[in-house]
Write a protein that binds this ligand. Sequence first.
Ligand SMILES: [Mg+2]
Length: 209
Amino acid sequence: MKIKALIFDVGGVLQLGKKPLEYYKGKPHSLGVHEYISRKLKISLDQYFDSVDTAYTKSIEGEISEKKALKIMARNLKTTSKKLKEFYKQAYKENFKLNKELLKFAFKKKKQGYKIAILSDQWYLSKKALVLKDFYNKFDATIVSCDVGVRKPNPGIYKLTLKKLRLSAKETIFIDNQEWNIKPAEKLGMKTVLFKNNKQAIREIERKL
Ligand SMILES: [Mg+2]
């Protein structure tokens, strides 16, 4: 079947972390962001994660509002919502860089007639920092976990993306930097590319078109 759409992840794909992902308590994190906040608040990274973990995880699936998440996190961290929000804003700005080359490639493909979409796990503040307004305007569908109430690797969010694109899985290529996000996409029948760098990813995408 002919490929009709390219679906991109954001963190580690369309937005590149300045530091590589590091494992912390069994999960990969862009530690740059979290280290920045813990440094600002003069606490250990452990103490920071213990304070934010529940609210942060819940807000990735939109289970609690931004206001409530910030309130809980700020209370646990003994600071104010306002200050914390400002720290995160600065932290994402300092730790991520727009992947202009891949974005340019995506827009080129759109011009050639392919649909392009975003499928991303974010909580409210990372969404504001990393999912640019421009993405909403230029991509045919922009699916972000905190907006839709489900996150990768839950198959529901992949199906939702396909529904928005009005395409079947076989007509799409999904590009993500995490192995475990690739697996459910494959199971649904999407073609997949595990992103390592632009050169490799663009070559693999072109090969599948
Ligand atoms: Mg990612």
